[in-house]
Design a protein around this ligand. Sequence first.
Ligand SMILES: Nc1nc2c(c(=O)[nH]1)N[C@H]1C(S)=C(S)[C@@H](COP(=O)(O)OP(=O)(O)OC[C@H]3O[C@@H](n4cnc5c(=O)[nH]c(N)nc54)[C@H](O)[C@@H]3O)O[C@H]1N2
Ligand SMILES: Nc1nc2c(c(=O)[nH]1)N[C@H]1C(S)=C(S)[C@@H](COP(=O)(O)OP(=O)(O)OC[C@H]3O[C@@H](n4cnc5c(=O)[nH]c(N)nc54)[C@H](O)[C@@H]3O)O[C@H]1N2
Ligand code: SF4
Ligand SMILES: [Mo]
Length: 732
Amino acid sequence: MSAAAASPTFRIVHTVCSHDCPDSCGVLVTVDSDGRAIKVAGDPKHPVTQGFLCGKVAKYLDRVYAPERILFPLRRKPGVGKGPLVKGREHEAFERIGWDEALDAIAARLKNIADEFGPESILPYSYAGTIGVLGFGSMDRRFFHRLGASQLDRTICSEAGGVAWNLVYGKKLGTPTEDFRLARLIVAWGANIHGNSVHLWPMVEQARRNGARLIVIDPYRTRTAALADWHIAIRPGTDGALALGMMHVILNEGLEDKAYIAEMTHGLELLAERAREYTPERVSAWTGMTAAEIEQLAREYALTQPAAIRLNYGVQRTENGGTTVRAIAMLPALTGAWKYRGGGGQLSTSGAFKWDEDALRRPDLALASPLGRLARVVNMSELGKALAEQGSGVRGQGSEAGEDGPPVKALFVYNSNPGAVAPNHNAVKRGLARADLFTVVHELFFTDTTDYADYILPATTFLEHTDVQGAYGHYFVQLSQQAIDPPGEARSNVWLFSQLAERMGFEEDCFRDSEIDLIKAALAIGPDGHSTRPQMEHVTIDGLKRHGHIPLAFHSDPEGRPFQPYLAGPLATPSGKVEFYSEKLAAQGLDPLPAFVPPVESRFGEAAQRYPLEFLGRKADNYMNSTFANLDGHRRMEMRTRQRLEMHPSDAAQRGIAEGDAVRIWNDRGELRLTAMINASLPAGVVAGKLDWAKLSAGGANVNALTSERLTDLGAGATFYSTLVEVGKEQG
Ligand SMILES: Nc1nc2c(c(=O)[nH]1)N[C@H]1C(S)=C(S)[C@@H](COP(=O)(O)OP(=O)(O)OC[C@H]3O[C@@H](n4cnc5c(=O)[nH]c(N)nc54)[C@H](O)[C@@H]3O)O[C@H]1N2
Ligand SMILES: Nc1nc2c(c(=O)[nH]1)N[C@H]1C(S)=C(S)[C@@H](COP(=O)(O)OP(=O)(O)OC[C@H]3O[C@@H](n4cnc5c(=O)[nH]c(N)nc54)[C@H](O)[C@@H]3O)O[C@H]1N2
Ligand code: SF4
Ligand SMILES: [Mo]
């Protein structure tokens, strides 16, 4: 790279990987004199990126310059029905049109639909195709607020865990990623570090070189689990019981940190009374661990400091996921692990980034919409219900009118591939196939979702637009600068919604804001050029341009003190303390203390009589949810387990299934066809498959054909990992 930097014919541009990953890597893009990106590399100066990229993004130019990228606006040809298209031949269903024609036609159609059915009949659907602050939610939110479109409750990923963590600590902060290297014990609790946030791994390795142990709690033997000192293959959805069992042992044996508890926490006596119910013997019957193992884990956790728990979002994708995260989050407060640098825990660091969201998203524009108020809210994890035929299904909550509001008549998808990632795929598919539903999709590739679009608009990669970004796995603000021109007529999310606003006749100046204007709004840049947001007062646009990344203020304490969250109060909870007991939950009529309630869709539920196997439709190590799954190079890296159903030898034997057999997996919601792969490291009764594109899978269905729209106990999130199925050998 230094040779390239020295050469006048190359430029190196600082960008930020905007995929939905905790690591938010600084990415240096080398651009040649023709304006073509020729290399991507991890920023060696970024303390978390440390100069390397994950396997997915190391091959990023395969995605940027993929021959199958969508380069022009497209319109469905008259008479061509909506539904799965053959990969590589999607073009045949669409005709190329110009941007002007596309924008005019879409604006006109949205106006008609708003007039006839009310603007709430328009549903934006977006998630984390990009987690850049602008790309994720800025001009788009302004546009939909002003229009009066339904609001989307973005619950599909992290809501249960986020709500739970905030109930305990008030804010999503955690042990700095760099400090994990100082831990003596690391517990990866439903967190696939090696696959999903690989930049934590070097810290884990360094800690282990200094004698730390790594314990992984995951029903599936991930790469992380295979490398652990102790892999606990817990039964899905039973982690809450384990956390309560650990509390039982810790309190029983007096291993709690009385000083930290007295100074920093609220409700220990009540929690202790609750924890008494969770004897190791009871917890053993749920989790599949022995009572001795539960005791050993509790003792090792409480007696080793610094001890750090890496949670991430795996455990909260179960019906009881909110309470589970709440219970686990209490452990470092019980043992005082926060007091030791390198100890504590991390679910997410996102609470540290206080962007000026009101300035960026302008919810006040809803007052200028035909509704004159904020629109109703529709839960994205219930898309199937929201798109059900008129007169049925969930229509949404939160409308001031107190009614459900109109059926969804238009769906505007960007930053997401609901045709692959949303739960209850068959219900979603039925909705998307409705002839009366007007669907626009802003995308880079022909996905499971674009197959149902009336219009497809070409979108950009993070190399092709400017953005600013925080992270949910570190504490650095970063500027992502546009490195190359977008190919063809691809355009960014900001550009698209600014243009659409103009066609709709929205006259507010804010719709003409440039990317830099929006970045200034997000940072609330003051008259002296500095951000006025907490912990970002030292951040300037020039500084970002110069350095690429800037640590948040508390992370780089001027007196050199390392950042340790929850060391001193008051916290942002109602009591100002770490809350073992939550008056807030009590006021909502909910259990103020954590308790273990087995998921309905688990071996402990009634449905297990018909569907006795617990199914985990997991993420792929070499894709990003459904992103990259269409690229040959990435698919090759997934070869070993792609289109496989992994099952325990005893479950296979009971069904006469052998390695390599074609199997059918089904429940009331759908079915799936995969190839059996025997895996003795899974708990008996648990089977596992992987998220892929439906249209690239046998039978045109992916794992979400089996998952349900049931919601989590807190946060109304998706419950991908609470799914029961039966499996049989394919005949003939
Ligand atoms: N390579 C890659 N990286 C990614 C992603 C990707 O798809 N691929 N996705 C990104 C996104 S969107 C997110 S949210 C993060 C998420 O990162 P993680 O939080 O790590 O999320 P998951 O992979 O969903 O779940 C982690 C692990 O939880 C396990 N698990 C499932 N049920 C249970 C349970 O009941 N108890 C316990 N203890 N474990 C359980 C799964 O087997 C899985 O290995 O990763 C991001 N990074
Ligand atoms: N069975 C099962 N289902 C799951 C999960 C699971 O573990 N198992 N994980 C869940 C989780 S944690 C999450 S976060 C969701 C993720 O769901 P999504 O957020 O939908 O994630 P992706 O599958 O990555 O799809 C993002 C899409 O956005 C597009 N995109 C990228 N950048 C841009 C851009 O700048 N503009 C526009 N307009 N589009 C862009 C990409 O090409 C891609 O097709 O999936 C959930 N679904
Ligand atoms: S996906 Fe994650 S690990 Fe990979 S480059 Fe992007 S931020 Fe880094
Ligand atoms: Mo996610």
